[in-house]
Design a protein around this ligand. Structure first.
Ligand code: UDP
Length: 330
């Protein structure tokens, strides 16, 4: 059985779907602070919090868990700057509790959801796993602290981990059955699609004076199902080789904010209103990953890596469920 923490969230729910599709038995933990129960398409569901140690003991005692995929975390960069305590408490302390329970219950494999934010302002493009890690916000700092913690847990207790550093995750299940629904929404692609639906007036482009081809920031967008497939490969890697490692997950291709808006206009078939605003604090101009290591070592191959497919699948979800999960029928 695979335990998925944060399985009711955007990425976690796609992971649960993929695991079930591949025939795995799944246990899901989510405190539903940000997650949606309707997004969990199967498996055994527990509503609870990683900070609750007794709750974790119960989950591990009641199920034959062989490995954990750990998504549950607070993940808003801006909020992490305003409220770092929440981030250290939920992310670092929550994971510490989880790892403690794993060790006590003799579960020694974890796939960890890390982030490109561990790099901070990049030294080189594309970013390699060996590049300097210097987070510029508490969110990235807590994820890096967890990676370091996992290394020492491996050293002392033989807990093996694969840490996956995500770049910009986007897109949705191609059937439109699950997708991205955050409140507040801060990510570019859902914001652009909400503007297309008239749910918001316009997109504010955060700065067009960066030193990029059109002046807007460049990001590496990766489809959520490609990302989940990498988690499956990471699980298999842990099963087969029983060694810890760290991988970047991106497309290796960068797209500017304006390119995203233009591609989305093409897909939805109408002009999407936007306005140029000031820069957003802490935004690096270019973030593009090298995912060569994941391809080579994990044998990972992206299937949905065109911007077209990423935005089209997201559009299917948003146009079918303009109110997200609150408007979704069971
Ligand atoms: N962005 C923007 N307007 C928005 C939201 C995002 O111009 O309303 C830009 C943002 O500055 C960044 C890119 O879109 O360059 C992707 O931002 P997002 O928040 O989706 O992901 P991040 O790169 O911060 O993880």
């Amino acid at each position: 059985m695979i335990l998925v923490t944060g399985g009711a969230g955007y990425i976690g729910s796609h992971m649960v779907w993929l695991l079930l599709e591949k025939g795995y038995e799944v246990v899901v933990i989510d405190n539903l602070e940000k997650g949606h129960k309707k997004a969990v398409l199967g498996g055994k569901f527990y509503n609870g919090d990683l900070k609750d140690r007794e709750f974790l003991d119960r989950v591990f005692s009641e199920n034959e868990i062989s490995a954990v995929i750990h998504f549950a975390a607070s993940s808003l960069v801006g909020e992490s700057v305003q409220n770092p305590l929440k981030y250290y408490y939920n992310n670092v302390y929550g994971t510490l509790n989880l790892v403690d329970a794993m060790i006590k219950h003799n579960v020694k494999k974890i796939v960890f959801s890390s982030t490109a934010a561990v790099y901070g302002e990049p030294e080189n493009i594309p970013i390699l796993e060996t590049d300097k890690t210097q987070p510029t916000n508490p969110y990235g700092e807590t994820k890096l602290a967890i990676e370091k913690m996992l290394k020492w847990m491996d050293n002392a207790y033989g807990l093996k981990f694969v840490s996956l550093r995500y770049f910009n995750v986007a897109g949705a299940h191609p059937d439109g059955i699950i997708g991205e629904d955050h409140n507040p929404e801060t990510h570019l692609i859902p914001i652009v699609l909400q503007a297309a639906l008239g749910i918001r007036d316009k997109v504010i482009v955060y700065g067009n004076d960066y030193s990029t081809k059109d002046g807007t920031c460049i990001r590496d967008y990766i489809h959520v199902l490609d990302l989940c497939d990498a988690h499956l490969k990471a699980l298999e890697y842990l099963e087969k080789y029983n060694v810890s490692d760290i991988f970047n997950l991106g497309n290796g291709m960068g797209f500017s904010v304006m390119e995203v808006i233009e591609k989305a206009s093409e897909i939805v078939g109408k002009k999407i209103p936007y306005e140029i605003g000031p820069r957003r604090a802490g935004d690096p101009s270019v973030l593009v990953a090298s995912s060569k290591k994941a391809q080579k070592v994990l044998g990972w191959q992206q299937q949905y890596n065109s911007l077209d497919v990423i935005i089209s699948t997201a559009w299917r979800w948003h146009s079918l469920h303009p109110e997200g999960y609150s408007g979704k029928q069971d």
